[in-house]
Design a protein around this ligand. Structure first.
Ligand code: PAF
Length: 282
């Protein structure tokens, strides 16, 4: 497995593979890889002849008061895991290699990007779209694989790919959960043992909403209140940033849940902001 640190070297390697007629899969990550990422790599491995995993904590998707500096990093561990899961190359550039000091071009899907997480992270999806488009341009993969925990991210990237006629197929893979239901996230390491023990309440809340929906409740506001009161009971002190019902593709708000609907939530557990979601079946 190669460790590649500069965009020209990545482009050159991928071009050489394509010239040999080999297909390429890309798994973009911010590193600190966990079992969720492993499942993405395992799937990507099956989809192409060569697998590139990018490990880049992308500064442009963090707001000024967010956790860029303390985002967990462990490149040696990431390299070992990527190799174990069949990566042919890990692309781990320094920020200076990805962005010129006078970088001035942004890709934005503003309508979808200001919904859900975008309300409290206004520049986040612009940074995500920009870096993912750069990675897609460098690698030109046949397929790029993303986790569905970041459902909004994937929906926005799919819209970008459609609108800009990108060639790569963007594939979403199901959320990978700890045995107690907590969605796997690199940020889970920030939780105190007490917070960690109670955090599965977020997933339980999503399941409860699904049950209530099955029992006949259709009103999104009532269902949202149910989620909030479950958290107030089981995860006291947590602050719900949002618990929103949305169309799974357009992310437009849904007031009555009468068709397949995304329930997306973001919850501050202490200082840690966790996201989760469920595709509700009406
Ligand atoms: O989901 C992530 O880890 C990041 O947002 C991504 C897609 C790697 C872009 O930096």
């Amino acid at each position: 497995m190669d460790l590649i640190t500069t965009p020209p070297h990545l482009r050159e390697q991928c071009r050489a593979w394509r010239k040999q007629g080999l297909s390429i899969a890309l798994v973009p990550t911010m590193g600190f890889l966990h079992a969720g990422h492993m499942s993405l790599m395992d799937h990507a491995r099956l989809r192409a002849d060569r697998l590139v995993v990018s490990v880049f904590v992308n500064p442009t998707q963090f707001g000024p008061n967010e956790d860029l500096d303390r985002y967990p990093r462990d490149l040696p561990h990431d390299l070992a895991l990527a190799e174990e899961h069949g990566a042919d190359a890990v692309f781990a550039p320094e920020p200076g290699a990805m962005y010129h000091p006078d970088h001035a071009t942004w890709v934005d899907v503003p309508e979808m990007g200001k919904r859900l997480c975008g309300a409290s992270r206004p520049i986040h999806f612009r940074g995500v779209c920009t870096v993912v488009l750069k990675l897609l341009n460098l690698v030109q993969p046949d397929v790029a694989v993303f986790g569905e925990k970041d459902w909004q991210q994937l929906a926005i990237l799919r819209r970008m790919a459609r609108d800009l006629d990108l060639d790569a197929e963007l594939v979403g893979r199901p959320i990978f959960r700890e045995p107690d239901g907590l969605a796997m996230s690199s940020r889970n390491v920030y939780l105190t043992p007490e917070e960690r023990a109670k955090a599965p309440a977020i997933h339980e809340g999503l399941e409860l909403v699904q049950e209530r929906l099955r029992a006949g409740e259709r009103d999104a506001e009532a269902l949202g209140l149910m989620f909030r009161s479950h958290l107030a009971d089981k995860l006291p002190g947590a602050r719900v940033d949002y618990a929103s019902f949305a169309h799974p593709e357009s992310l437009a708000p849904v007031a009555r849940v009468t068709a397949q609907t995304l329930l997306a939530v973001a919850v501050f557990v202490g200082k840690v902001r966790l996201i989760d979601n469920k595709l509700l079946e009406a």
